[in-house]
Write a protein of this length. Structure first.
Length: 486
């Protein structure tokens, strides 16, 4: 609990605090402080899981604190809305708990505000006792090989954003009129991509996938998808639940090359951690000869020991026609296993290449501390190095890895650091959003409250109802803003 400083205690008996309540009306809340202390104001930047879990921790563990959440889009929830696959509705249930948090009287949501452009981090630091940066990882890693810019090569981030309705990807129109697609990467995002592109269309229809993606996938000619990795079967990065879904996918055959698994059974007898052992056992069980019941007109498979060196054009040079791989062998290097080139290469024809080699955070503004090599804000348990009062949580804190539960734990750690520091620091009263508002007004920015978002939400759900799906997402920011204002 907070121990407030004596210097903050002399406040009038009745103090008016402007709060933007969840139903979007500005209310003036009269708080009776019996000659006591001022409210502490914190703000969080980014409304994905990291942002919301940080808010939850602050509100739950300090009954005095007010928390404002700034989000660049008019709609909240970050990758829960724009990343998690449409056929995984259960994962999105965290939205219910975030919504409950957002209904706290001590919370306000300011959507459609891009920090670093509409308002600077330094403005927020002047306005709040603590500022937490939870803005995720919105860029993607590049392969940096010839041909990467050819039409038909996409980042996983863009394709995921396209089928999940991220406004900036709404006009993507990927050409799925190809027989073979290659996904570079063997993580859960790579499996999501393959699964969504191969799932029977009648199953996808019942999800919140966008209408445009649904039509494109319904007309897709994709017959096979390969997920390609630099190393071997013991180094795949996906997890067992996602693999199980993939090998059981209706009408889709799994292709694995037995020669990639030579010696693996023997290695399983060694000291391999249980999750890795179970995952590998499932891969072994999924070999074509042992999955005779799973015959379909479409296929997916894993290719190992290959690193892309060139994306090859079609004969007319107009778009992607294939990939050149360098073949690798594995060498032990300390605790890890390294892929080392054998000097041999292989060309593989394909019409679509999806780069799924990771997301990447960027600095918010040029004078913010940022570790460009690791793509994170340098921090100590969430405290930004060299910047008192500034914190970070989620993917921008620890890098773009880990699931929502991991993000929750590190956000709680950051929340704890904020509360510890705030209780030890005396500071002058901060105006919070009241000192940010004039900056946004002068730029003509329409700020979206949580109540406004709930209006957008209702429109999406009503449209979804007519199509017998959970929601039909609005793709255009201007249209979101029209529905936000009722
Ligand atoms: P994000 O969720 O990205 O949130 C960042 C927020 O900050 C966004 O709302 C963004 O709009 C906002 N923002 C960015 N810049 C600014 C700015 N300048 N000003 C204001 N706001 C800003 N985990 C699971 O547990 N299950 C899954 O099934 C699953 N599927 C996934 C699928 C994909 C494709 C991906 C990429 C991830 C998936 N994850 C899944 C992982 C999970 O999404 C992450 O662990 C989690 O979203 C990270 O949270 P975050 O808040 O750090 O980032």
């Amino acid at each position: 609990m907070l121990g407030f400083q004596a210097s903050q205690c002399l406040r009038p008996l009745w103090l008016s605090i402007h709060l933007r309540s969840h139903n979007s009306h500005h209310v003036t809340r009269k708080c009776c402080f019996t000659g006591v202390r001022r409210k502490l104001h914190a703000c969080v930047v980014g409304s994905g899981p990291a942002g919301f879990y940080t808010v939850q921790h602050l509100l739950k563990n300090n009954k005095e604190i007010l928390v404002d959440l700034y989000e660049r889009l008019p709609v909240p929830f970050g990758l829960v809305r724009f990343g998690v696959a449409p056929d995984h509705p259960d994962v999105k249930n965290v939205i219910n708990s975030f919504t409950q948090t957002a209904h706290s009287e001590r919370f306000a949501f300011y959507g459609n505000v891009m920090v670093g452009r509409d308002v600077m981090v330094s403005d927020l630091q002047e306005a709040y006792d603590a500022v937490v940066l939870s803005y995720g990882a919105e860029d993607d890693q590049l392969l940096r090989i010839p041909g990467e810019q050819l039409p038909g090569v996409y980042s996983a981030r863009a394709i995921v954003g396209w089928y999940n309705g991220l406004p900036e990807n709404k006009d993507l129109t990927p050409d799925l009129n190809v027989e073979t697609a290659v996904v570079l990467g063997q993580g859960n995002v790579a499996l999501d991509l393959a699964r969504i592109l191969l799932t029977p269309i009648d199953l996808l229809r019942k999800t919140d996938i966008t209408g445009a993606a649904l039509s494109a996938i319904a007309e897709s000619s994709i017959k096979r998808i390969f997920l390609v990795g630099r190393r071997g079967p013991l180094q795949v990065a996906f997890t067992i639940k996602e693999l199980r879904e993939m090998v059981k996918l209706q009408g889709v055959r799994t292709m694995l090359n037995p020669s990639d698994f030579e010696g693996i059974e023997r290695m399983l007898l060694e000291n391999i951690p249980r999750p890795r052992r179970r995952l590998t056992e499932l891969l072994l069980k999924s070999m074509p000869q042992s999955s005779s019941g799973c015959v379909g007109h479409r296929e997916w498979g894993l290719l190992f020991h290959r690193s892309p060196t060139h994306i090859l054009p079609t004969a007319d040079g107009e778009r992607v026609g294939g990939i050149r791989f360098q073949l690798n062998k594995l060498e032990a290097s300390g605790d890890t296993v390294k892929a080392v080139p054998t000097g041999k290469s292989e060309d593989m024809p394909c019409g679509l290449v999806l780069r799924s080699i990771g997301y990447r955070s960027l600095p918010l503004d040029p004078d913010m501390p940022f570790d460009k090599r690791r793509g994170v804000i340098p921090n100590n348990q969430g405290r930004v190095e060299g910047r008192a009062g500034l914190y970070c949580s989620g993917w921008v804190k620890r890098g773009p890895q880990g699931v929502i539960a991991t993000t929750m734990n590190d956000s709680f750690e950051t929340g704890e650091a904020v509360l510890e520091d705030i209780s030890n620091r005396s500071a002058s009263p901060r105006a919070g959003f009241e000192s940010i508002r004039p900056k946004l007004t002068s730029k003509g920015i329409q700020v979206v409250s949580f109540g406004d978002w709930e209006r957008i939400n209702r429109v999406e759900q009503e449209r979804g109802l007519k199509l017998e799906k959970p929601r039909e997402k609005i793709l255009d920011v201007q249209e979101m803003l029209i529905h936000a204002s009722g």
